[in-house]
Design a protein around this ligand. Structure first.
Ligand SMILES: [Zn+2]
Length: 87
């Protein structure tokens, strides 16, 4: 897994609390009369041109592709605060 920082591109405040949304696709065949699924394929990840994952910001509930959250974090990187240890 790659560790890429996220920043919500909507509220520009949340960097820590998110929900990952992964869509999947599954081919099915139904009975035209009673709607029963008579045949179903394997469930596989749905990958759009924008990527596989969408992310929801748990602060403002904005939903967008993962790339937008990564790009927002790259534009505005967080400086890690160095806490000086006592001697
Ligand atoms: Zn947000």
């Amino acid at each position: 897994m790659d560790a890429k920082a996220y920043l919500c591109p909507n509220c520009n405040a949340n960097r820590t609390k998110f929900r990952l949304i992964r869509r999947s696709v599954q081919q099915i065949q139904k009975d035209a009369f009673n709607g029963v699924v008579v045949e179903q394929g394997l469930e596989e990840p749905y990958i759009s041109e924008q990527g596989e994952k969408e992310v929801e910001c748990l602060a403002c509930h904005y939903v967008g592709y993962e790339m937008m959250f990564i790009k927002a974090a790259e534009r505005d990187p967080r400086e890690r605060t160095v806490v000086e240890g006592r001697i």
